[in-house]
Write a protein that binds this ligand. Structure first.
Ligand code: NAD
Length: 367
């Protein structure tokens, strides 16, 4: 019998109630394979700021480094406190360079599309998210504008009142995310990897990403490499969703397209995610802490439960992951024990709460 030690971060807002539902479901899922979890519960978020002086205590990061696997509830980004997003800080601290967001239609989930099964592989550390910005009017901004305008006269002149963001995309960063996408495709019997860029306009950043994609693709002859421009990809995804498979994208396009594809399969309540690095992986839903629903036992834990399913696969527990996915699909498909957001009307009296929905999944797993 395998016991997996995993860092469990309940988060804040609706995080603790989603985490409790997810914990119970994951324990029932792994029990079907005779395994168990040994949870290392750690704090993060606005609720610990006062006590710890930071929303991301060092012990929490240490715990993830030690256990190498974590599942977390959403965490509010405090506004006006000088703290940046805990979620972004975690990805940065642990060098979680790959963000995996599978988006699949499950019967019973309301959506305009019924045949979506795409996987977004988003680069998590580079691009316009690197946070290298120069505010208009500052001495550094003026120096940079002057340098660019005088040293590169062949370029279009930059207006002096411009804000500037830098978009670094490296060969190293591109290669490791593209390799991750092809390895994922190979391990999961997917046919195609699409490289999504705007390489016709940003030749030295997106162009480098695409050139790296062409090189790496040669090492995976069984997987078809497709190249798409990001604007055409948005149109193509909604026109012919069945044509799309695994998508690998630089950070910003990945952020935008993962919300587009989440919307195509029923929205934030059902969109799971995993952040992977060389030494650790952190699993979390795509959505935030929905503070207005805190403590109401109301919101949908499917996204976090399916993030747990990704975690089971990462731990090598594929049989338990398959059973969990079947149980979730079956409860959603029956449509009886589902949360308010899965119902035709938001105040449908037949909606069940977060924990009753988890009970229905557990019942399927134990049947
Ligand atoms: P949000 O995702 O928390 O909520 C937006 C709306 O989406 C909610 O009001 C609700 O109507 C709906 N919703 C979200 N999750 C749902 C669920 N599981 N079931 C049913 N409905 C759901 O977005 P927000 O209000 O922009 O962000 C709130 C806070 O969360 C912010 O501080 C933000 O920075 C943070 N955030 C955290 C993460 C993370 O922890 N990974 C991700 C995104 C946002």
């Amino acid at each position: 019998m395998t016991t997996h030690r995993v860092t469990l971060i309940p988060g804040d807002g609706v995080g603790p109630e989603l985490t409790e539902a997810t914990r119970r479901v994951l324990e029932a899922a792994i029990a079907t394979s005779g395994g168990s979890f040994d949870w290392d519960v750690q704090e993060a978020g606005v609720d610990v700021m006062e006590k710890a002086g930071t929303p991301l205590p060092p012990e929490t990061i240490e715990s993830i480094r030690r256990n190498k696997v974590a599942i977390k509830g959403p965490i509010t980004t405090p506004i006006g406190t000088g703290f940046r997003s805990v979620n972004v800080a975690l990805r940065f601290e642990l060098e979680l360079y790959a963000c995996l967001r599978p988006c699949k239609t499950y019967p019973g989930v309301r959506s305009r599309f019924d045949d979506v099964d795409v996987v977004i592989v988003r680069e998590n550390t580079e691009d316009l998210y690197a946070g290298i910005e120069f505010e208009t009017g500052t001495p550094d901004n003026k120096k940079l504008v002057n340098y660019l305008n005088t040293e590169f006269p062949q370029n279009k002149k930059i207006r002096e009142d411009s804000g500037i963001s830098i978009k670094p995309i490296s060969r190293f960063g591109s290669e490791r995310i593209i390799r991750f996408a092809f390895d994922y495709a190979k391990a999961n019997n997917r046919k195609r990897v699409h490289c999504i860029t705007k390489s016709n306009i940003m030749k030295f950043t997106d162009g480098l990403f695409l050139a790296t994609f062409r090189d790496v693709a040669k090492e995976y002859p069984d997987i078809e490499p497709w190249e798409n421009l990001v604007d055409a990809a948005c149109m193509g995804l909604v026109q012919r969703p069945e044509e799309w498979d695994v998508l690998v994208l630089p950070n910003l396009y990945g952020d935008i397209l993962s919300d587009l594809t989440a919307g195509m399969v029923g929205g934030l309540g059902v969109a799971p995610g995993g952040n992977y690095g060389t030494d650790a992986a952190v699993f979390e839903a795509t959505h935030g802490s929905a503070p207005k629903y805190k403590g109401q036992n109301k919101v949908n834990p499917t996204a976090m439960i399916l993030s747990g399913m990704l975690m089971l696969r990462h731990l090598g527990e594929d049989a338990a992951a398959d059973k969990l996915e079947q149980a979730v699909a079956s409860v959603l498909g029956e449509g009886k024990s589902t949360t308010y957001d899965m119902k035709p009307s938001r105040d449908d009296p037949s909606a069940v709460g977060t924990s009753q929905y988890a009970d229905a999944i557990i019942e399927k797993l134990e049947a």
